[in-house]
Ligand binder design. Structure first.
Ligand code: ATP
Ligand code: MG
Length: 298
């Protein structure tokens, strides 16, 4: 049984993609898990981070992206083939990781959200069921599925939530970035009520944290006390620091790195340790079946 987790926030640029890609790579390499990333964001950032632009262009030309799945339902065409679209051996680590797979997005996805509402008028499927209909049985091949969502809770994100067990909210710990969090939580509750799903929050992850910034610390204190009062889900103990290594990690350069330590910094570097700890904390909260190994290697 796979566990499916959507990475969401109404706010853009808060680290959703960076955390998705790092979690995927750490789960595969350090914990020997089989991971699928579903890139639901028209910006195509996790796709380009995991396979590079050249490979993405090939997939796009071959109609092997999620854009083509949604387009088929809107335009009544038949281009998308799931098995062909999944990219195996993703990441620029060690020339590709056998157990890290991706269903890519496309820049052509931009604008499709407005047209998704029309699906129900022509097909026997609700707009929120397009992804579920295509991938529901296939995703059972994985231990963890991570869904990188666009920065909104529109129909595309709802397609992700519709197949999710949990969601996580990365946020920069400042006033504007955290402002929409209560809205996200109530929107997901309302989504659950309307659709009969049971998507629960795994927690909030502080991203691009700077310990020297007073407002980061005061915002985290406030979030923590709201979580203790039951007003917010848990705040992950691990904070992802602001670090150039984290930003660099999303730049795909084929065969350029062999180990997580080369990509994220050596043990003892703040970003490598943060992603190591985040992955362990993630696994404690996500509760995989007992038989699954969570033994670590470097
Ligand atoms: N811990 C970090 N330290 C430094 N830079 C970071 C860190 N995390 C992310 N970044 C950089 O911040 C920018 C936004 O990050 P990212 O793309 O992961 O956010 P996002 O929430 O996915 O954005 P969007 O909503 O546009 O999809 C990127 O340029 C990324 O390289
Ligand atoms: Mg993103």
């Amino acid at each position: 049984m796979s566990k499916v987790v959507s990475i969401i926030n109404l706010k853009g640029g808060v680290g959703k993609t960076t955390i998705t890609v790092a979690l995927a790579e750490f789960l595969v390499i350090k914990h020997h898990l089989k991971v699928l990333v579903i890139d639901l964001d028209p910006q195509t950032n996790s796709t380009v981070s995991l396979i590079g632009e050249e490979e993405w262009e090939k997939k796009n030309k071959a109609s092997e992206t999620l854009y083509h799945l949604f387009k088929d339902h809107i335009d009544d065409t038949c281009q998308f083939e799931l098995e062909n679209s999944v990219v195996k051996n993703c990441s620029n680590l060690s020339g590709g990781l056998t157990n890290l797979h991706l269903i890519p997005s496309s820049l052509d996805f931009v604008g499709i959200q407005d047209r998704l509402i029309n699906i129900g008028q022509t097909a026997l499927i609700r707009p929120i069921d397009v992804l579920k209909n295509a991938v529901q049985s296939y995703i059972q091949n994985y231990d963890i599925v991570l869904i990188d969502c666009p920065p909104n809770l529109g129909l595309v994100t709802q397609n992700g939530l519709n197949i999710s067990d949990h969601y996580i909210i990365p946020t920069i710990p400042d006033h504007l970035s955290t402002y929409g969090i209560p809205q996200i939580i109530s929107s997901v509750k309302s989504f659950n009520r309307k659709t009969g799903t049971h998507v629960t929050p795994l927690g909030i992850i502080a991203s691009m944290y700077r310990s020297s910034v007073t407002r980061h610390n005061s915002t985290l204190r406030k979030l923590t006390s709201q979580a203790a009062a039951g007003e917010l889900p848990r705040i992950f103990d691990t904070r992802i620091p602001l670090a150039s290594k984290a930003a660099d990690a999303t730049h795909y350069e084929a065969d350029s790195v062999n180990t997580l330590k080369q990509k994220y910094g050596w043990a003892g570097s703040n970003i490598y340790d943060a992603f190591t700890n985040l992955t362990e904390e993630f696994l404690r909260h996500v509760e995989l079946p007992r038989t699954k190994s969570t033994q670590t290697t470097c």
